[in-house]
Structure formats: C-alpha cells, structure tokens
Write a protein that binds this ligand. Structure first.
Ligand code: ME8
Length: 652
C-alpha cells in the first residue's frame, strides 16, 4: 500500500469530498485526521505526498440549502467551504490540495469523461421507471424501499418514469470481483471486503448517472435535458486532483491513488463498485487501497446525522478540554486527534464520550507521555546543566525497544491500524518510564557514577526524541513541543522518520524545558457539573432496581442472524458481531463469547437479541444490543429458535 517503491511516484491519499450542506463535525474530522496522519507519516519518511480533501458542491440539496439561507448557491457554498478550510487548519490537517467540484478544471474533466464514455458505449440513454427519493437524489427499486420510504432518510419516495443516462456498471462486475479476489489490500477492512463481494455477487445494476437538468449541476454534454448525477461528478474529483487528461506528467506521478479513506457508508456501492468500474471503463489502473472506517455515534449511541442535528462539534470538545485541563488549544486538538484514533479500531464503530476522552487524556497523555517528559528533563537540568551528555559505551539500552516500536508502527500503519500503531508507541513510552525507575539516575548521581549516569540520561532523552518523531504524525503540535523542549528546534534539527533510532541525538544539545503539556484533569469534578453526568447517574440508579412487569414488557427481544463475527483486538473475551435483525443494516454487537466460540462457528446462527438495550461502548467499540446465552459450561449455550425464523421477528 506504500506504492510501487518508485521514488518518482507520489503517495496519493484522498478523503471523501464532503457535502457542503452542513458544518464539519467529528465524523468528517475523523476521516480527514486519519488521512492527515498517514500523509504526515509518509512525508516524514521522505515521500512526495499528495493529500487531497475537498467539497462536493453540486446537487439539489445545495440549491435548497442556499434558498433556505436566502443566498445564491455560489455564495452559500463559498461560505461553507471557508468553514471547512478553517476547520481543517484548526485540526492541524495539512492537505496539499483542496478540491471543489465547482472548479472549472473539475467541470471540464467531468464533461470530458462523460462524453468519452458515451462514445465508448459505456454510458447509454434509456427510460427509467422506478422510485426516486428527491432529498437524497437516489433512484430506488421497489425492493429497496422501507415501507414505501427511502431506506436512507426515511422520507416518502415518488414513482418516476423518465429518460436518463446509465453507466454500464454491470459490465464490469466479473472483472471487479476478480480484481478484489486477486488484491487482498484493495478493500479494507476484511468485513467490508466481504460485504462488497456479496454486494457484487448479488447482481449489479447499471447506474443512473444523470438527472433532469438543473442550472446548478454540471450539464451533460450535448444534451440540454440532463445534468450529471452528483455521485458520478464527485467520484471524478480524485482524477481531477491527479491531473487526468490535463497534465500527463502530473498524472504519471500521482495516479493510481495509494489510499482512499472514507466512512463505511460510501464504500460498497460508490467507492468499491461504481468508482472502480468507471476507472476500468477509462482503462485506468485502480487505487491500491479503499478503506471504509467505522461510524461514530454520539454518547447516547444515536447515529449522528445532519437531519437530527446531533453532531459532535470538534471545537466545542476542544474548548472543553482546554477549560478542564488548562492545556493549550493546540495540544487539546492533538489530544482529540489521539483519542479518535486510539479509542476504536479503525474499521469498527465507536461512540464518542467526553468521559472516554478525558480518561485517555489523563492516563495516556498526562500520566504516560507527559510524565516521561516532566520527570526526565529536570534530571538533566539537575545533574548535567541541561546539556545532553556524551552517549558513552554503556548507552543504547533502549535501542532495541525503539527499533521494535518503529518496525511495529510501520507494519500497523501499512494496514491502517492506527490504534495498534499508537499502542506500540505507548509501550515504548511505558518502557522508557520504567527504565528511569529501574536505573534510578538520582542514586547514580549520589554514588558519583558519572559514566553510568550520563549513559542513562542520554538514553532517556534520546528515546524521548524518538517518541517525538513517532508521535508527530498523530499529534503534530505535541511532537513539535517535545522537539522544542529537547532543544532540537533551536538547534535547527528537522524531524525525519529515519532518525527514530537510538543514538541519533547530538551530545551538547541544550535542553529547553517547558511547562507540562498535559495537566491532569479532575474528571469526576468537571463532569459533575455537566448534564450528561446526571443522566449517567440516573441510569446507574435505574439499573440497581428490580423491574416491574411493565418494564419487562418493554424489553424488545427479536430473532437475529449472525452475519459477521470477529475477535476484538486485545480482548480475550470479546467478539464483535454483526447481526441481521431485519433492519436496513446489521447491528454491531459486542458479546463476551470469545472464550466459548470461534467467530466462524457463529456465522449464520440464529440468536435472540435484546434489541432496545441502550447502546454501550465496550473497549471503545459501540455495541447495539445483547445476545442471549445461558449455562455455566464451556461453551455457553446460545439461546436460539426451535425452528427456522427469519431475522427481526419479535420473541413473544
Ligand atoms: O458522502 N462517523 O459526503 P458527506 C464517521 N459527498 N465518519 C463519518 C460520520 C460519522 N458519524 N459522519 C460522516 C459524502 N463521516 C459525499 C462523498 S466522495 C467522492 C463523495 C465521514 O459529507 C465519513 O468519511 O456525507 C463519511 O464517508 C463521510 O464523512 C461522508 O461525508
């Protein structure tokens, strides 16, 4: 996934281009931060990186949003684009290209591609009869409807019959399946890959790629009656950035994309099917990796959505962190970046909790990282006048730990396992803290063991230097601050990934101790003043009481079918399951079944699910329901049905 190894090929990473119908929020920030971490990591490794993000500005939603705001669509999107750019800057996101679909360069490309595919016969005109969701601008089949309503937004659909252009997605189904099977890294995580394979095997329909003409959307070339469908337009942004058809050298240098990150919502249908089919139709190589990460919900487990208006605002969160801890805004931003990537494995869903964020802040940032810095630098000031001593023959005690960490992080980042990369780094931080405890530099000083003392102090500061480099893709401002406190900024030393090895610290460097970066937070104290704490308290009290018959009746038990099962990393007892309970999407449920069942044994099993249990976050992973099992023995007995029952039936 790191590319061809050809020094000329840029590392090209993309985020989705976001709709401009709302403000940036924790979900869009998550994807963009994850891209940024990868981009920074590759830059530190010396790669030429193209990291593109941007905005998806066409479609009737924008026209309506502008009308509601009493603005022209152009003014409306310009304002929101400014908000996005500002937000990414405030979150320390360093993109190299911000692409807007209203740019003339992009419009030209879309029209060229459309015309070319019409000429090649991959796009054709036909009569469309079916259902249409106006707000989502989506064509639907009868079987897609949810009680006649749109499965996505729940609003009523309309029956339509009109002429439109279709792209021959179906023609590429076999080639696509073949590509997916041949290229293990093409779609991640594995669960999504399986979902995509199943989706393609279930039969692909051609995709409708035009809509009735609107002034705001890109016109279909040579047809006054139609505009290009927003998704067809939007997906092509990745080629516009690469200079396709416009700048051959640039295109050679950039394409294919190395990593395309997005939420799981837009992976199977759009990015893993239509998009590669479009590329195949154009005769272009496919991206190396498409990855659909999990979904963040709010602390109540409610899916965040623009219509519900329950998005978590990253800046409000940062502001609260600053108020609670007294840390600088730049470090609070980095703490948020750390939390979202550390808390949940990248492919799984999570629920955002202030308490979770504060706990990580205290445990990992204040205690582990902050403490390492705050205790070590004073030792240098005290014993060696704040000047990095000569390493000496006894130094290098942490060399292997550093090398192992670097190798581990590289492997994990290659797989987009941000969480495991951070866990590896925090093991090094713990090791270095322990090293100080074990070697007791204060005793060495007392005993006048100068050579040993110098070696220990050198090793510790040298290791902190490596930590600064390794942490900086995730927490760039924190990395810089540590670099500064080590005196390396003043010395004009630049960070590079290759220098994350023992012994690269120049003796004689004057350290520049600063104030603690992450002051500890009194979590219970600060949260007691917050409304959500009172709710948590109430919920806890309710749990302790016996339930009435009415309460029992309120328990919604339904049949479910396990469609996916995998282990929760680093949790011996936990499996994360996806269970079809007859809803549009399978439920993600974390269950303590790992000691009893192999994940494979559970696939296809009928289970009984407590469907209206309030969502919980277990090991950072969101769980929406509970599976019933009984018994003391290994394995537990799963509660199942006597005969075949479809998923989603009420248990009475
Ligand atoms: O879909 N949790 O734009 P969009 C995690 N314009 N990630 C989330 C999230 C959440 N709760 N909410 C949003 C579009 N995201 C199209 C894309 S690309 C050619 C066109 C993130 O503004 C996640 O990356 O609805 C998701 O895929 C994306 O925002 C959707 O952004």
């Amino acid at each position: 996934m790191t590319g061809t190894g050809d020094a000329q090929k840029a590392f090209y990473i993309t985020s989705p281009i976001y709709y401009v119908s709302g403000q940036p929020h924790i979900g869009t920030a998550y994807t963009t931060i994850a891209c940024d971490v990868l981009a920074r990591y590759q830059r530190l490794r010396g790669r030429d990186v193209v990291f593109a993000t941007g905005t998806d500005e066409h479609g009737q939603k924008v026209v309506r949003g502008a009308a509601d705001a009493g603005m022209s669509p152009q003014d409306f999107v310009d304002g929101l684009v400014a908000d996005y750019k500002r937000a990414w800057e405030r979150l320390h996101v360093e993109y190299s290209r911000f692409i807007r679909t209203t740019e003339p360069e992009h419009t030209r490309l879309v029209q060229r591609v459309f015309a070319r595919l019409v000429a090649s016969g991959d796009i054709y005109k036909a009569e469309y009869t079916g259902w249409y969701c106006i707000p989502c601008e989506t064509y639907l089949l009868e079987q897609d409807l949810d009680d006649g309503n749109c499965p996505e937004c729940g609003r009523p659909t309309e029956q339509v019959s009109q002429e439109a252009y279709f792209f021959r997605t179906s023609k590429y189904a076999d080639a696509l399946l073949h590509h997916i099977e041949e290229h293990e890294d093409f779609i991640g995580p594995d669960s999504r890959r399986n979902e995509v394979i199943a989706f393609i095997k279930s039969g692909l329909r051609d995709s409708c790629v035009s809509r009735t003409r609107s002034d705001w959307d890109i016109p279909v070339p040579d047809d006054e009656s139609q505009s290009v469908y927003v998704w067809f337009d939007a997906l092509l942004n990745y080629l516009t950035v690469a200079g396709y058809g416009d700048d051959e050298d640039r295109f050679e240098r950039i394409w294919p994309a190395d990593v395309q990150l997005m939420g799981k919502d837009i992976l199977p249908r759009f990015h893993a099917t239509i998009w590669p089919a479009m590329l195949m139709a154009l005769g272009l190589p496919l991206p190396r990796t498409l990855f659909g990460h999990g979904w963040w919900s709010d602390a109540d487990g409610q899916k965040m959505s623009k219509s519900k208006g329950n998005f978590i605002d990253p800046f409000e969160t940062v502001q609260r962190l600053v108020e609670y801890s007294g840390t600088r805004t730049a470090f609070a931003v980095d703490a948020l970046r750390y939390y979202v990537l550390r808390e949940v494995p990248f492919g799984l869903d999570g629920s955002f909790s202030m308490r979770g964020l504060l706990s990580r802040f205290n445990a990992d940032l204040a205690n582990d990282l902050g403490n390492l810095l705050n205790r070590s630098l004073p030792l240098l000031q005290r014993y060696v006048d704040g000047i990095v001593p000569e390493a000496g023959p006894a130094s290098g005690a942490l060399a292997e730990d550093i090398a192992r960490t670097v190798a581990g992080m590289e492997t994990q980042l290659e797989r987009l396992n941000y969480r495991d990369a951070l866990i590896a780094l925090w093991q090094l931080i713990a090791r270095c803290n322990k090293f100080v405890d074990e070697r007791e530099p204060w005793l060495l000083h007392k005993q006048g063991k100068r050579v040993e003392l110098d070696a220990v102090l050198y090793d510790v500061v040298d290791c902190i230097r490596a930590v600064a480099i390794l942490v900086s893709p995730f927490m760039p401002e924190v990395g810089e601050e540590v670099w500064d406190q080590l005196g390396l900024k003043h010395a004009g030393t630049r960070m590079s990934w290759a220098d994350a090895r023992a012994g690269a610290l120049a003796p004689g460097t004057h350290i520049n101790r600063g104030v603690p970066i992450f002051p500890r937070i009194d979590i219970d104290g600060v949260l007691a003043e917050q409304p959500e704490a009172a709710e948590e308290q109430q919920a806890a009290t309710a749990k302790a009481n016996a339930i009435s018959f009415k309460q029992f009746q309120a328990v919604e038990l339904v049949t479910g079918k396990v469609v996916e099962a995998e282990r929760v990393p680093e949790a011996d007892k936990l499996l994360v399951l996806r269970v079809d309970v007859g809803e549009a999407q399978p439920r993600q449920i974390v269950a303590g079944l790992a000691e009893h069942f192999n994940p494979r044994q559970l696939l296809g099993r009928t289970v009984i699910v407590v469907a209206n249990l309030e969502p919980a976050t277990i090991r950072g992973i969101e769980s929406n329901g509970m599976i019933l099992a009984a018994g003391e023995k290994q394995p537990l007995a799963l509660i199942t049905t006597d005969g075949e029952v479809e998923p989603g039936h009420k248990v009475r």
